[in-house]
Design a protein around this ligand. Structure first.
Ligand SMILES: [Mg+2]
Length: 220
C-alpha cells in the first residue's frame, strides 16, 4: 500500500497537467445555471436497486463505492470556491482543486459504502447474465490507484473501470449491446447528463451520508 500511496503522490505532482484537461468541465459546473434535474429513486444501499436479468449495472466510484475521511458530496464545490477566493484565478483554482483531490484520495485509505450489498448485486449479475462495471470522472492517469483502491476494499473484485468526465456520452458507448442498463451515482449532474442522452436507462441517486467519516471528531 505504501507503493500505492507514493505513486499517488507522484501523480499528485503531475496533476497540473491532468487538470488542464478537466478545467473546462469544472468551470462550466461552477458557472452554469442550475440544470433541470430528473427525479430518480434515492438509495443508500445496493439492495434497494432493482435486480434485472441481462443487465449492465454501471456504478460511480467516489461517494458511491468508496468514501474518504473528510470528503463528501460538497467537497469539490467548497474547495474550488475556497481556492477561487484566495487566488481570484478561475483556471488556476480548477487545476489546484484537481491536484488537491488526487492528493486527498491517495494519502488516505478508502472505506467502502455498502460492501455486503454490493456483493449481493455482484452475485445476482453472475447468475442472471449481467455485469457490474464502474464509471468515474477521476482522471485516467490514476487508473492503477483507482483499481487498487477498489480491490483493497472489495476483496476479490476484478474491477472493470472506465474514465470519463462526460458520463452521458461514455455510458451510451458502454451500454450499446445491453438489453437493460442501470446507472448509480451520487451526483445529480451526472444522473441528469446520463438520463438526457440515455432515457431508457434506470438511474438511481446514491446517498452516501451514512458512510461518510468527518475529518474531525473521527472515532478512529
Ligand atoms: Mg461520485
Amino acid at each position: 500500500m505504501d507503493g500505492l500511496i507514493n505513486s499517488g503522490f507522484k501523480l499528485g505532482l503531475a496533476a497540473g497537467a491532468v487538470g488542464a484537461l478537466l478545467i473546462p468541465k469544472l468551470i462550466n459546473r461552477s458557472t452554469r445555471k442550475k440544470a433541470v434535474t430528473i427525479p430518480c429513486p434515492v438509495v443508500n444501499n445496493f439492495a434497494d436497486i432493482e435486480k434485472k436479468e441481462n443487465c449492465l449495472y454501471i456504478l460511480d466510484i467516489d461517494e458511491t463505492m468508496l468514501t474518504f475521511k473528510g470528503m463528501g458530496t460538497g467537497w469539490w464545490k467548497k474547495m474550488f470556491n475556497k481556492n477561487l477566493r484566495e487566488t481570484n484565478d478561475v483556471e488556476y483554482s480548477g487545476s489546484l482543486t484537481i491536484k488537491q483531490f488526487i492528493q486527498a484520495i491517495t494519502s488516505e485509505f478508502p472505506t467502502g459504502t455498502d460492501v455486503e450489498g454490493f456483493w449481493e448485486l455482484h452475485r445476482w449479475c453472475e447468475q442472471s447474465n449481467g455485469k457490474v462495471i464502474f464509471l468515474t470522472a477521476r482522471p485516467e492517469k490514476i487508473r492503477e490507484i483507482t483499481e487498487n483502491q477498489l480491490k483493497s476494499v472489495y476483496e476479490g473484485l476484478n474491477p472493470e473501470v472506465h474514465f470519463a468526465s462526460d458520463k452521458g456520452t461514455k455510458l451510451k458507448e458502454l451500454s450499446k449491446d445491453w438489453e437493460n442498463i442501470v446507472f448509480v451515482d451520487d451526483k445529480i449532474h451526472n444522473l441528469t447528463d446520463v438520463k438526457a442522452l440515455n432515457p431508457e436507462v434506470s438511474c438511481y441517486q446514491f446517498e452516501p451520508k451514512k458512510y461518510l467519516t468527518p475529518l474531525t471528531h473521527s472515532k478512529r
